[in-house]
Design a protein around this ligand. Structure first.
Ligand code: SF4
Length: 459
């Protein structure tokens, strides 16, 4: 094995939390929460009043953090809120007015947080990651504690000097793999289905039972489908200066009224994906799949599979595990972060995961599952991230629908003919993805400084 084995949990990839951006919302909220816990653990003797907290946002967090709600996320974390439990209405109400104040305390010493506590740094900063946050606890004018965090995509964070803050540290998967080739080898050697291998690894990493894992997947699917249902109902304009009108309810009505039309299946799928994605843009609760920006693709596909194909619970659970396997491989060997890979890291990954899910749920071979994921990534290579105004709206919302349609076609293409004739492997295309992401100009990696973002004046 060339690389360390994958030790990510399915539930770190699929996380429940408020939109609109996992790297700009969920990650920063977790970083702020972590900093708060560390500050609370400091010796009381160091905490000389008055106390202050300053948060510096760099790179993509600074460039698009306003539109993505990074300031609200940081504030929420410092208030002790976490993404999966925070109340979306209270979350979206944070920092509504510039003079709003938020009192907190560290070991009974008061601190008042305001919008001014959060600084969107425009200066360059020598950081190993484009999504960097620096937290400082200042006591009587002296910096007592300083922590640097990187929001590395999909809501995952790392603290400077630490590998992965999740630190499932010493846990070892039952059937280690770091590439698709190794995964296929493990399946063959141990005569396992992909479902059983993924479950065994999840049990080893998290200590959960099979039943508990399935229950958690059911909860994830329910949250995804609630977002779809809400989005199909909610009309009106999305938050932000673009004043973008929601489209999912219109598409849904159109699909229902032309249900016998040859393309109605695609209109339904478009409606489902855009519904969840519009809920994300509104800052409501979604599931990272693998990111919040891409949180419409898999919910849309699974909603279609459940309601049109009438797939049962177990089939969907297994499809989610196949999707997770592909998400792990991309996260491990490239990245799922728009700030590192452009949109191919977000929608491209979601599309590949969905393509694998479709193939697996249809009972195809592992080689077809691999080919479906490979084809989906191949046709997202080089896709830039240039959201207008820094809002996860244009091109993001429609892009979720496009990612799902591409996933479906990737599954169809992979399912026809002999997979032995497939020239490009999933491992190869992930390597290409990584190299392309590295070569891509920074302007196209979630900074809103180029591409579509420059057409903002036309909106
Ligand atoms: S363009 Fe893609 S990567 Fe960028 S914010 Fe939108 S969905 Fe995320």
């Amino acid at each position: 094995m060339l690389k360390e084995p994958i030790t990510t949990s399915v539930f770190d990839l699929f996380k429940i939390g408020p939109g609109p951006s996992s790297s700009h919302t969920i990650g920063p909220m977790k970083a702020a929460f972590d900093f708060l816990q560390r500050a609370k653990a400091l010796p009381e003797s160091l905490l000389t009043e008055p106390l202050q907290i300053k948060i510096h946002l760099y790179g993509s967090l600074s460039a698009t953090g306003k539109g993505h709600g990074t300031d609200r996320a940081v504030m929420a974390g410092l208030l002790g809120w976490l993404p999966d439990t925070c109340e979306p209405t209270a979350f979206t109400a944070l920092l509504k007015n510039t003079d709003d104040t938020y009192p907190i305390s560290i070991q009974a010493k008061p601190i008042t947080l305001t919008a001014k506590s959060i600084i969107f740094e425009r200066s360059r900063y020598d950081s190993p990651h484009p999504n960097t946050l620096v937290f400082k606890l200042i006591c009587n004018g002296l910096i007592i504690s300083e922590e640097e965090y990187y929001s590395v995509g999909g809501g995952f964070i790392q603290r400077k000097g630490e590998e992965d803050i999740r630190a499932a540290a010493n846990k070892v998967p039952a059937f280690p793999f770091s590439t698709m080739d190794e995964l296929i080898e493990q399946l063959a050697k141990n005569k396992l289905s992909l479902t059983d291998l993924m479950i065994a690894n999840e049990m080893a990493l998290t200590g959960l039972t099979r039943k508990e894992i399935y229950q958690k997947i059911d909860d994830i699917l329910e949250t995804m489908h609630k977002a779809v249902k809400r989005g199909l109902r909610h009309k009106g304009v999305l938050p932000g200066s673009i004043k973008l009108r929601r489209k999912a309810p219109v598409l849904y009505e159109q699909a229902k009224s032309h249900a016998s039309a040859t393309d109605s299946f695609m209109v339904f799928l478009n409606a489902y994906c855009m519904a969840a994605s519009e809920e994300n843009a509104a800052g409501n609760i979604v599931v990272t799949a693998p990111t919040s920006g891409a949180s419409g693709v898999i919910p849309g596909i699974t909603y279609l599979l459940r309601n049109h194909y009438h797939y049962d619970k177990q089939k969907l659970r297994e499809g989610m595990l196949a999707a997770a396997a592909v998400g792990f491989l991309i996260k491990h060997n490239a990245s799922i972060s728009g700030a590192e890979m452009g949109c191919m890291g977000e929608i491209g990954s979601a599309s590949a995961m969905a393509a694998a899910m479709l193939a697996y749920c249809a009972g195809r071979s592992i080689e077809t599952v691999e080919a479906a994921a490979e084809i989906a990534i191949e046709h997202h290579l080089g896709m830039t991230c240039d959201p207008i105004g820094g809002y996860v709206q244009i091109p993001c919302i429609e892009r979720n629908a496009m990612g799902a349609i591409k996933a479906y076609n990737a599954y169809l293409l992979a399912s026809s003919g002999n997979t032995g004739y497939q020239k490009i492997s999933l491992d190869s295309v992930i390597k290409v993805m990584r190299a392309t992401g590295k070569d891509m100009s920074k302007k196209y990696k979630e900074t809103s400084q180029a591409g579509l973002a420059l057409s903002a004046t036309e909106c």
